[in-house]
Design a protein around this ligand. Structure first.
Ligand code: AMP
Ligand code: MN
Ligand code: MN
Ligand code: MN
Length: 279
């Protein structure tokens, strides 16, 4: 049987559109043989996802995507293959989620100030877990209001640094995120490195610091990487001795967004991150 690892995806446990069980089923249908659910700052979907994956004949790997800020740049660190019961990891993630609703209120106030009222109330209709409220839910609501044609436009005009609905937030530090994952015997991975607004030199410093802290891998291939990104980050993986990860960053079946299993394959000379996960 051929293998296909998809090590980055989301469900309704954070800002995805499908339930954890539904993502598991779809992973199987899409030919994914080994799958990690990596919801933002939560482990809530993992038990259901594991059971559904096993029922669908898909090998399941515990995952999470942790929000951090490093040198004022919002960055995401994926954790894979950790012990889900680890108290330090769980406490760290609980703390992170605790700040989401407060940030969302400030975002909503910022929208009210520019004449768009009650955005938090609207956004909350898109999640069953208010503590998981995310910019993605704000974007879905603003698209529904008819102000924009898609979420990308909302992010571009309102939800990114410097734009009126963006609120700076204190997420975890790099040190904390990598520390929680490693304490729980997991593997720390830099998510979608092609998406950060950093200069080449800053990225080098970031990778060096991540490596010093015990970070093991970077996503070389993912749903948001162009062929140029794949080549560039493959080179960075070689240079820093990182293992290479891959994943769709699936959030739901949406036009123009990556489906499960849909990303370029890794250059053959790289060490795949699943070597660290027992595969
Ligand atoms: P948050 O964790 O609340 O800061 O929200 C970040 C989430 O917003 C990401 O995980 C993506 O799902 C989504 N997102 C970020 N940028 C974009 C974009 N340009 N278009 C669509 N969704 C985005
Ligand atoms: Mn997301
Ligand atoms: Mn991300
Ligand atoms: Mn993601």
């Amino acid at each position: 049987m051929s293998t296909l690892f998809d090590l980055h995806s989301h469900s309704t446990a954070s800002d995805g559109l499908l339930s954890p069980a539904h993502v598991a089923t779809r992973a199987g249908e899409r030919g994914v043989s080994h799958w990690a659910l990596t919801d933002h700052d939560t482990l809530a979907g993992l038990d259901v996802a594991r059971a559904a994956a096993e029922a669908a004949g898909v090998r399941f790997i515990h995952g999470v995507e942790i929000s951090i800020v490093w040198e004022d740049v919002p960055i995401h660190i994926v954790g894979l293959g950790f012990d889900v019961t680890h108290p330090g990891l769980r406490a760290g993630l609980d703390g992170l989620r605790g700040g989401r609703l407060a940030r969302a209120r400030r975002m909503s106030d910022a929208f009210a100030a520019i004449g768009i009222p009650d955005v938090l109330e609207g956004a909350l209709n898109y999640t069953e877990t208010p503590e998981q409220i995310s910019r993605a839910h704000f974007a879905r609501y603003l698209v529904e209001l008819g102000l924009f044609k898609d979420k990308g436009e909302v992010f571009e005009h309102y939800l990114t640094p410097g734009k009126p609905g963006y609120v700076q937030h204190r997420w975890a530090s790099l040190d904390e995120a990598v520390g929680w994952i490693r304490a729980a015997d997991g593997v720390a991975v830099v998510a979608h490195p092609g998406r950060y607004r950093m200069s080449g030199g800053q990225t080098q410093r970031f990778f060096a610091e991540f490596k010093d802290l015990g970070g093991a891998a970077i996503e070389v291939s993912c749903g948001s990487h162009t062929p140029d990104h794949v080549r560039h980050f493959a080179q960075q993986a070689r240079r820093f001795g990182f293992y290479a990860s891959q994943g769709s960053d699936f959030h739901g079946i949406e036009t123009g967004r990556p489906d499960l299993g849909a990303f370029a394959s890794l250059p053959e000379d790289l060490k795949p991150v699943w070597r660290l996960l027992g595969y």
